[in-house]
Design a protein around this ligand. Structure first.
Ligand SMILES: [Fe+2]
Length: 138
């Protein structure tokens, strides 16, 4: 399956957030490179666990800064993170079942791409604009 193509829009202009998101896409692409080879199934399951950690860390970095600066839509933004992680967890569990790996990785690819398009370039972008104002004392 094809890798996720990096788009310039995914760069938010916040060094920390951008690094987190890049790591997620890189790891997803590494998985997409490996998951169809039966001999790398075990590695893929481990990479999926790391990817889950990358996602949780990225979200917690954002939530920390939202709380620090009392971001008004904190709860709705956090809700999107939480429901994403729930879906991710479900598919990651599916991936570990006999014969389910390929289908589950495809689903994960799907939700990551959806998250880039519907969350990163919409909600995360708004958050970065807000933080820039706050952190520059404007
Ligand atoms: Fe976010």
């Amino acid at each position: 399956m094809s890798q996720i193509e990096w788009k310039e829009q995914y760069t938010l202009g916040d060094e920390g957030f951008d690094e987190d998101i890049k790591k997620i896409v890189e790891r997803m692409n590494k998985i997409l490179h490996a998951y169809e080879q039966p001999e790398s199934q075990k590695d893929v399951l481990e990479e999926l666990r790391f990817l889950g950690n990358n996602l949780a860390i990225s979200f917690s970095h954002q939530e920390y800064r939202m709380k620090k600066y009392l971001y008004p839509p904190y709860f709705s933004h956090k809700r999107e993170h939480d429901s994403f992680l729930e879906k991710y967890k479900k598919y990651r569990e599916e991936a570990g079942k006999e014969g389910e790996l390929v289908a589950a990785v495809m689903k994960i690819r799907g939700i990551i791409e959806e998250w880039l398009e519907n969350h990163v370039i919409v909600e995360d972008k708004k958050l970065v604009a807000f933080l820039k104002k706050k952190e520059q004392g404007m």
